[in-house]
Design a protein around this ligand. Structure first.
Ligand code: ZN
Length: 413
């Protein structure tokens, strides 16, 4: 493959301060040199002057529902709202959208039946469709009458859509093994209610033995576990059982933070969804409906605690429920600006969440997330400096190049 020599770039590593006027060489799928001084040219090199532009790692979103497409907040029944072929095409389109928004990796947040994520991953790897690196998710595991078992009880489906109901540790173990066999790499469970639903916000619907069985069965097969856990009791129970990601964490407090730091558990705050949902609800007039009060309370709680969690060293990730009717796919980078403008996190910390932290979750911390010699060349070229103005990442016209594994998916250089 032709060697690419980027010269004079503002190098944004994801881990530290920007380094101006740096030269970076990409050879095959990896970064082969980073130099302050000139790079000796070789015949056949493609040299690209990046004066005024930033070279940064590809973004990584860690809460991604590939099949979500114009969902309302309470879809019925999730995963069967369209036929499987349609949902697969929607997933392919959404994955391509993510790549073209600068997200070179995505980690599924589940809620996806019919093995659509594993199939999309195969198709991406085989070059049939364009998309990011994908950690595939599958059906969410829950207990009967749990958070995701809110469909009308008289419906009987032979196709279980996006969720599978289990009871008892052995039942959860069997479900995890089946999901992993079908190509799922991250298991989603629903121990807590709240966040986007009117279901009760407290109480842990899985027993501790069930939570531990899920983690044991998944981890022994190299899969990760993520827990929908907005309320404090479900956050603590999930961390103690060994889950890898707490999703939402609306009732995050000092005790949760201390436990997360000790265990290294990742947190996906996914606050942008709540922000947009509350805005939409207010937009109907007559103020916020009373049933939304717990959601608004949780939003204020995590808004207050997220800077504390960041300061304490919690590993925070970006990603959210894009694909609902008021928050479409493609708006991903608005989330990054939200954390800067509305929560008071610095641009460079949010960029670290969206690069280094995501790579660590993927188990690819030595390959992705930063720009170092020997790492995979998943790179963006941005007109301007996103570490000064993170909103630049929302402007497709400023994303001059999107590179995954040394291959250009967008090239306007
Ligand atoms: Zn979600």
């Amino acid at each position: 493959m032709q060697r690419i020599v980027f010269t004079g770039a503002n190098l944004l590593d994801g881990a530290g301060e920007a380094r101006p006027r740096t030269n970076i060489v990409v050879e095959d799928d990896r970064i082969s040199a980073i130099e302050e001084g000139p790079v000796a040219a070789r015949p056949g090199d493609r040299t690209v002057d990046l004066a005024g532009k930033t070279l940064m790692p590809g973004l990584i979103t860690c809460h991604f529902h590939s099949t979500y497409h114009d969902l309302s907040v309470l879809p019925a029944p999730l995963g069967l709202e369209r036929p499987p072929g349609y949902l697969t095409l929607a997933a392919a389109a959404n994955l391509r959208t993510a790549l073209y928004c600068g997200y070179t990796s995505v980690v599924s947040a589940g809620g996806i039946g019919n093995d659509i994520d594993p199939q999309c991953k195969l198709a991406i790897e085989d070059g049939l469709i364009e998309g990011p690196r994908l950690i595939a998710g599958g059906r969410g595991l829950d207990v009967p009458s749990g958070y995701s078992d809110s469909e009308s009880w008289w419906w009987e489906f032979t196709n279980h859509g996006a969720h599978q109901m289990c009871s008892g540790p052995e039942s959860f173990r069997a479900a995890v093994r089946e999901e992993v066999k079908r190509g799922v790499e991250i298991i989603k469970i629903f121990p807590g209610g709240g966040h986007g639903s009117e279901r009760p916000h407290t109480g842990v619907s899985l027993t501790q033995a069930e939570l531990e069985a899920v983690c044991e069965a998944a981890h022994s097969r190299g899969a990760r576990v993520r827990a929908h856990a907005p309320a404090k009791d479900s956050i603590l129970a999930s961390i103690r059982a060994g889950v890898d990601i707490i999703d939402h964490g609306d009732e995050l407090d000092q005790e949760c933070i201390e436990l997360m730091v000790r265990t290294g558990t990742f947190l996906v705050p996914s606050m942008f969804f709540t922000d947009q949902l509350l805005k939409q609800s207010e937009g109907f007039g007559a103020g916020l409906p009373s049933q939304m009060a717990p959601l608004a309370g949780g939003f204020e709680q995590i808004r207050k605690m997220l800077p504390v969690a960041q300061e304490a060293g919690v590993r925070i990730l970006v990603g959210d429920d894009f694909g609902v009717d008021f928050l479409s796919h493609g708006r991903y980078a608005e989330e990054l600006e939200f954390y800067v403008e509305k929560v008071g996190i610095s641009c460079s910390d949010v960029i670290r969440w969206a690069t280094c932290n995501g790579a660590e979750l993927m188990g690819l911390g030595d390959d992705l997330g930063g720009i170092r010699v020997g790492r995979l060349a998943d790179l963006l070229v941005v007109d301007g400096d996103p570490s000064q103005d993170i909103a630049l990442l929302q402007d497709a016209a400023r994303l001059k190049a999107i590179i995954k594994g040394g291959v250009f998916h967008k090239d306007e250089l």
